[in-house]
Design a protein around this ligand. Sequence first.
Ligand SMILES: Cc1ncc(COP(=O)(O)O)c(C=O)c1O
Length: 538
Amino acid sequence: MYGNELDNFRPDIPELGHIPQIGLDGDAPVPDENPVRAQVPTTSEADFDGFQMPQFPLAGELSASETEMFKSVVEKYFGEDIQTYEAPSKITHSRSADDVEPDSKKCLLTDNGFGIGIPETELVRNLHYEEADTIDQTEIRKQFPILDQKVNGKDLVWFDNGASTQKPLRVIDGLSHFYKTDYSNIHRGAHTLAARATDQYEAAREKVARFINAPSTDNIVFVRGTTEGINLVAQTFGRKYLLENDNVIVSTLDHHANIVPWQQVCKERNAELRAIPIDKNGDLILPELERLITPRTKFISVGHVNNTFGTINDVKTIIKIAHSHNIPVLIDGAQSVAHTKIDVQDMDCDYFVFSGHKIYGPSGIGVIYGKKEALELLPPWQGGGNMIKDVTIEKTEFNEPPARFEAGTPNIADAIGLGYALDFVSSVGIHNIERHEHDLTEYARQQIALIPGITLMGNPQKRVSVVSFDIPGIPAPQVGQMLDKEGIAVRAGHHCAQPALRALGYEMSVRPTFAVYNTREEVDRLTDALRRIVGNTK
Ligand SMILES: Cc1ncc(COP(=O)(O)O)c(C=O)c1O
């Protein structure tokens, strides 16, 4: 889990020596020789920006006396700067500061139910949510009321998650609460509601940064979604840096959202768009990348996970190759962010974009992560309020990123809603989600492969959450309608990935895609329905 990262923040506090220094998953004590072990700051040297907050035992039971000891140690080392208090016991699985003090980001929680107020939110980013070992499907499904309905007389099966995911109560209720009690425009208001709304919007930015391990909230730009994010980067970068006869590289696996914007800007600048080819399994032929790169290659933009075959691309290798030629890289994370752990610093991408609605959040909100220098490279995109420092009739002085790219009133509520969605994902645990979805995907592939008359498409080496198939003789949209009659929602069509499908000789596919709330029983419902559909055509 996150054991190693937590280890880095373990304290060296003598008074705590007798308290078991267990990690979130009850892992072994940290060896003393751990080279990156944090030193305990004294109050005067406490560098709250420098990640020196000691990590106290976060899992397991602390006795009442240990709890008292913990509090006294915290007070000793942090004195006036820190506040300890009892946190509601019902939130033992969450470390979101918002759960304790809605208006404060200055807290972290421990499993035994007390929190520490800390003076810098920076620290909170380094704390991770506890993951249970398994997913409690019943509990999770209760959080998605939309699933509890009949469609065409049958229990709804939502297998259209690749297009968009359903929303948990945490998002639905959170949005409703925001509109009922705190709604205001942000950043410029002098009144209480403006302050509350601004705090929540910026807290959502903080949650995003933490979720993808961005170094700072300054790396996070809110946009409408992946499509807008890629258009923003393509247009700003392209118009400033692309010259005639330069080229940009995308991949054949990519969604149209990562092809068309680059095609448009290349056309405008008389540059060339190149694509990494794929093999018959739906894997990128990576050795081709080196052949495509020339001294005139200015940008590489590729998808992390393909939306039709579920291929997980080896983006770290792509980024390494690109950087060895000093080429910046954008990763389209629309299909990966909800399914696998994203660590943008480890990935080393220059930009990473994703949409809120594919990760249990609202539609109309998305994110561009950019390295500081990568965002600074880009000129402003849209002009207007918020993105400026000073305006005269003659000229404008622009804001620094991220404000530079957030002109006008943003999608305030949905950014906050995205924060709640990330809370939800974190509370379940992205590794648990990944494991669960992998199980469903492999089970579905095995079961569908057993049905004569159905062809599975693609067989990539590493994949998540997507199965695509063809029933020769029945057009995909018709299969989609037949499944809808059974209450099963799947996508059927070209999935905005025509180059990928065509490379494997298809125009369309039927595509069930899985999320945390789906079950093996639902996969059985799908395969039973498919058997009937195929049987009826004979
Ligand atoms: C890989 C990929 N990229 C980009 C997009 C576009 O996302 P959005 O429509 O949310 O902008 C999608 C949507 O399906 C996708 O699957």
